[in-house]
Design a protein around this ligand. Structure first.
Ligand code: HPA
Ligand code: ZN
Length: 333
């Protein structure tokens, strides 16, 4: 089996994907039309031309604008279902997807509408495609602590459907410490905890995510490499980093894929995983990310397998399921 065949054959778990970031222009047009909502583009080509981001904020502005056309339960279902079909193509057998409730509730869409649509897609993915999933809701860090507390309260009736709470949106200037109290409350309520840190923000934000939010995983975290003591902490604690190579390239976190540090992190013993982040915006889904790093960094078959094993070990599934997928990976030639 060559690297490409191996990437396709590996069962994989995706742990860092924003469902709003899987919104393909074709579906965006279809939903905008049926909901009679204007979008500032005339064609799919025009949408794609607008995707020339150079940093996180320039991406987020377009990402939030696109999400505006999502209004009804069926819209959220269609969005998630389209993503699950991509998972099936890429042999992603388990996914833990982020959603941003505030992006929708701030426009008057009910929390229930969002969660019902996503949950129905998750149920269908299990029964029709054999793909398991969990939902993680993220607080938008550019909004206030108070708004995050309100969102947490809205989520409590759906506690059984939401495995964890995360933190996303504009990182610099909005450190994890801003949300220390609301994450403490989320932990008390029994949610698992993740947070974006060390994407554009400094290693100090990763320290805060560990020490103040008490995260189970760090999302991105690639800037941890700048701080040797932090690296030792991540290695010692086997703290997963959900790395998103094509995202890092598109948002200029790295200049060239050949400069990406995922292989160095892996070789040093950091528990890195591969993920797509916002695949519709960043040029590819799970396998595209694997292929991009495999080619640019000349990854070995053992390294590709280790990345796939890491994805299950870092996931929130039980040990029986983890061992099942790990054995399948080890059995590949
Ligand atoms: N970083 C921060 N916020 C986000 C991202 C990201 O990569 N994608 C969607 N919201
Ligand atoms: Zn992200």
């Amino acid at each position: 089996m060559n690297q490409l065949e191996l990437i396709r054959a590996l069962p994989k778990a995706e742990l860092h994907v924003h469902i709003e970031g899987t919104f393909e222009p074709e579906l965006m047009f279809a939903i905008a039309q049926r909901n009679h909502i204007d979008i500032p583009y005339k064609s799919v080509e025009e949408v794609k031309q607008a995707y020339n981001f150079h940093n996180l904020q320039s991406f987020l502005d377009i990402y939030y604008a696109g999400a505006n056309v999502l209004v009804y339960e069926q819209d959220f279902y269609d969005l998630a279902w389209a993503y699950f079909e991509k998972c099936a193509e890429d042999h992603v057998v388990h996914t833990e997807m982020f959603f941003d409730p505030q992006t929708h509730t701030d426009r008057g869409v009910a929390f229930k509408t969002v969660i019902d649509g996503l949950q129905r897609a998750c149920d269908d993915a299990k029964s029709k495609l054999g793909i398991s999933s969990h939902l993680i809701m993220c607080f938008l860090r550019h909004l206030s602590e108070e708004a995050a507390f309100e969102t947490l309260a809205q989520a409590l009736p759906y506690k059984e459907q939401i495995i964890g709470v995360g933190l996303d949106s504009s990182e610099v200037g909005h450190p994890p410490s801003k949300f220390e109290r609301v994450f403490a409350k989320a932990r008390e309520a029994g949610f698992l905890i993740v947070a974006h840190a060390g994407e554009e923000g400094p290693p100090e934000y990763v320290w805060e995510a560990l020490d103040l939010l008490k995260v189970n995983r760090i999302d991105h975290g690639v800037r941890s490499e700048e701080d040797e003591a932090l690296m030792q902490r991540l290695i010692a604690e086997k703290m997963p980093l959900t790395v998103c190579p094509l995202s890092n390239l598109k948002l200029c976190v790295v200049e060239d894929m050949a400069d990406h540090n995922i292989r160095r992190l892996l070789q040093q013993g950091v528990h890195v995983t591969v993920n797509s982040d916002d695949p519709s915006y960043f040029g590819g889904y799970m396998n595209d990310n694997f292929i991009a790093i495999s080619e640019a960094l000349d990854l070995t078959a053992d390294e590709l397998k280790q990345l796939a094993i890491n994805s299950f070990e870092a996931s929130f599934i039980d040990d029986t399921q983890k061992n099942h997928w790990k054995n399948q990976i080890l059995a590949l030639a």
